[in-house]
Design a protein around this ligand. Structure first.
Ligand code: 9MR
Length: 393
């Protein structure tokens, strides 16, 4: 498809002194590493062919200049359906996070509800502690219920997220000055009430317990109770819903390293004390071109503990602006992550942290970064989509 920026004839004249030359008919006019002319003689358009080659093809008005440095055009070619290919590969699900404010966006909901793409959803915010128990003993379920209803109507699995987390925690918990026994009972009440209300789900019971070096993250829970707070939460969840799959979830445990080792040791310790633990959630907030090479080995080391593994919040962000080269690298990176899960039978499913760049959390947190998801902000499928499909092949 031609990449065109129409500019006025006056602007064109102003640019002319800078233009060293123009490519002739059928000549190269762009591509990675190309240092020659990027415009074409009158009557020809510089036409993107692939990241490495653009060519002057016939047809254009003489006052139109085309450039390969404009917005990228790469799109996905597959329409296989991400849940379709995940299930064909033997996985339980391919899913997306979502959030209540997005549910009034009809085109967004239409894709989210397409079970060929997603047979699982995760509420991004509405089951967190600040949303469900904003003051002690007062529970609010309406927003979480809306997501559950959507999943039920669509016939999708739901991942509860999350029972005990240091963030999005109301100040009555953080600053309550509770002693160990009282805080344990507060966790028990919270987890059992929420997991009971949202019965029959997969649950990220404990979220982000570790620092980057594998030490325990200090939080009101750790500071007051010690590492035992994890087992307290898991036991409460199990008592409330014996059928729920109970996970501990964290970020930067994608590859092997100190933080992943800490997770391995936590699972071993929970198993040794007979605490219920069914799975490890690898969030998977990654960066284009920086996907760890040890992802599969890492998933294998979790699976070797006898628990299941899920990639729970996958997105692969890039430094903006988007280029075709970055989209192609992102496609390879998605394929790498999915292929790693695909290669390990105990890796049961993958959830992306929303499916469209329109609703990604990334730009608001990482300045100048974004475009992390397989659908762009206009709901066009990006090459990353093909990477996911290829990863499940
Ligand atoms: O996607 C969530 C975003 O809307 C919230 O503003 C943010 C607040 O912490 O939480 C986001 O989700 C996080 C998830 O719950 C835990 N792992 C990191 C996710 C991205 O921040």
């Amino acid at each position: 498809m031609a990449l065109k920026y129409s500019i006025s004839f006056a602007t064109l004249l102003a640019l002319l002194p800078l233009a060293t030359a123009q490519s002739g008919a059928w000549g190269q006019c762009g591509g990675d590493g190309w240092t020659g002319p990027t415009t074409c003689i009158a009557g020809y358009t510089c036409t993107y062919s692939n990241p490495w080659y653009s060519q002057c093809l016939p047809g254009t008005a003489s006052a139109t200049v085309s450039t390969t440095t404009s917005a990228p055009t790469s799109t996905a070619t597959s329409s296989a359906g991400l849940a379709v290919v995940a299930k064909a590969a033997g996985k339980l699900y391919f899913g997306s996070a979502t959030d209540n404010p997005e549910l009034s966006d009809a085109p967004y909901v239409a894709i989210l509800s397409d079970t060929k793409e997603f047979n699982q959803i995760t509420p991004g915010n509405s089951m967190k502690w600040d949303a469900t128990e904003p003051s002690r003993g007062t529970f609010r379920f309406a927003n979480g219920d809306a997501i559950v209803d959507l999943a039920k109507n669509n016939g999708q699995l739901l991942r509860g997220h999350t029972c005990v987390w240091h963030s999005q925690l109301p100040s009555w918990v953080t600053n309550g000055g509770f002693n160990n026994a009282t805080l344990q009972s507060i966790i028990q009440t919270h987890c059992s009430t929420v997991v009971d209300h949202y019965k029959g789900q997969i649950w990220d019971v404990v979220n982000e317990p570790f620092n980057e070096d594998g030490t325990w993250r200090t939080s009101v829970f750790y500071n007051t109770i010690g590492p035992e707070y994890v087992a307290v939460a898991l036991r409460a969840a199990r008592a409330a819903d014996p059928n729920a799959k109970l996970y501990v979830n964290d970020y930067n445990i994608d590859g092997t390293g100190a933080k992943s080792t800490a997770m391995v040791n936590l699972v071993k310790s929970l198993q040794a004390q007979g605490a219920p633990i069914d799975g490890v959630g690898i969030q998977g907030h990654l960066i284009v071109g920086q996907v760890p090479t040890t992802i599969q080995a890492n998933i294998e080391q979790f699976a070797a503990l006898g628990v299941e593994v899920a990639i729970t919040e996958l997105d692969i962000r890039m430094t903006l602006p988007v280029t075709d080269a970055l989209l192609q690298q992102q496609k390879r990176d998605y394929q790498t992550v999915i292929a790693a899960c695909n290669a390990v039978p105990k890796c049961v499913g993958v959830t992306i942290w929303d499916y469209t760049d329109k609703y990604s959390w990334v730009p608001s947190v990482f300045n100048g970064q974004g475009a992390a998801l397989p659908w762009d902000a206009n709901f066009n499928k990006k090459p990353a989509y093909d990477g996911i499909v290829a990863g499940f092949a």
